[in-house]
Each structure stands twice: as structure tokens, then as C-alpha cells.
Design a protein around this ligand. Sequence first.
Ligand code: ADP
Ligand code: MG
Length: 242
Amino acid sequence: MNMVEFRKVSKRFGATVVLDGVDLSIGTGEVVVLIGPSGSGKSTLLRCINALETIDGGDLVVDGRSVRGGPSTVREIRQEAGMVFQQFNLFPQMTALQNVAFGPRQVRGTPRAQAEQEARALLKKVGLAEREQHFPSELSGGQQQRVAIARALAVKPKLMLFDEPTSALDPELRQEVLRVMQALAEEGMTMIVVTHEIAFARQVGTRLIFMEHGHIAVDGPPAELIAHPSNPRLRDFLQHVE
Ligand code: ADP
Ligand code: MG
């Protein structure tokens, strides 16, 4: 069974067609890198997967559950699909540890001691064991984004969605976040990553998708597409991001 299946999905905002009959199947363990011009629908595509946006046509099935199911199905989908945003969106009044432990306590009803123990292990995994008592304002952007990744992982998602996770970071802080994402990919996590980091796409991605005007224009193996982009608009795009 596929982890994510778009079947002729359409999405409009008013008169603007943002997803135009998207068909897309993503299998377990795939690391899909999604690129494309601004406004092509990348964020909307991600947001539809965890039902932050509703779809107007077609169907979208996540780990066997349709986003058109009822509220309890949507809740399940949100637990299965962790999301990391460009702006880290941590709770400013909570420490790193509290940020990571919050989801399991609220969503899964995990007892505090257990949630904190698991949160510590996750902070260690993202290289922040020493920072658990720090507040977001006391952390660098790269550290905050790693806390955000740990927080998303805390509810044990089967799928991780990243929307330009390094775009708000200074270049020297991007690598620490990309390394955490690479480690996650190597553990077999299913991931969909919107990013302009072409080196990441080539090294970590198992699949590259180029979106244009709400549809998938190119879909294939990253190394080959990056080395020999036959689609002229993809070629243009790559020249401008590298
Ligand atoms: P991308 O992430 O590729 O830059 P988006 O998915 O954010 O593209 O946006 C695709 C299109 O949908 C754009 O034209 C954008 O203006 C429009 N759009 C996105 N979100 C909304 C919204 N909440 N209301 C109205 N239009 C939106
Ligand atoms: Mg976007």
C-alpha cells in the first residue's frame, strides 16, 4: 500500500486553481523532493496531505485514510503526518524539552515522565541534548528548527512533511538541519521535502518532482534529472537556484 495517494486532486482558492488534477503515489520509505517556482502549489500540496487544507475534487489517501473522512480520520492523519515549517513555530514560553514533550502529552495522553524521557532521546538524536532547558529565544535558528523536527517526531509519525525547512536560516546553519533530515531519511522515514537545496535533492532524495501551475511537470530520479534536465523550464529553474 502507498503511504500517500493523490487521485485527480484539485484545489482552488476562489477562482485560482492551485492543484489541477494531481495524480501522485508515494511509497513507504521514499524521500520525495518537491521543487518549482513560487506559487506553483508546493505548500498547498503538502498542506492537503495533513488536511490543513481541504480538497475540492478527487481523493487523497494517507496511509489508507481519506482526507475526506470525518473529523476522527483527519485527526489520525494529522498524527501520522508530522510537519515542519519554514518558520519554526515553537511555543516561545516553553523550553525545548517542553516543546517536544507537549504533543505526546496532549495528543496521545502520554504520562509526563515518559513524554519527557522520550523527548530527551529525541533532542539527543537532533544533537541538542545540552539544550533541553533553553527557551526558543535562547537558541539559534538552526537549533530551533532541530527542536521543531524533534517535536514533529515525538508523536511518532509515519510520514514527515518539510516546507522549506532551511529557507529562513543563514547558510552556515542550514547544514545542521539538513544533516538531521538526512539521518532521518537513512532510517527509512517517508519524507516529502519542499526545498531549494539541490545538493540535498541529489544526495538524499529518491525522487524529484518539479511542479508548475498546480501540476506535476517532471517526476523522476534526482541525480539524472539534475544532471540532464530535458524539460526546459526545469533546466531554467535549476540554473537559478544553484
Ligand atoms: P508555493 O508553495 O509553490 O509557492 P502555494 O501552494 O503557497 O505555492 O500557493 C499556490 C497558489 O495558491 C498561489 O497563487 C497562492 O497565492 C495561492 N494561495 C495559497 N494559499 C492561499 C490562501 N490561503 N488563500 C488564497 N490563495 C492562496
Ligand atoms: Mg510554499
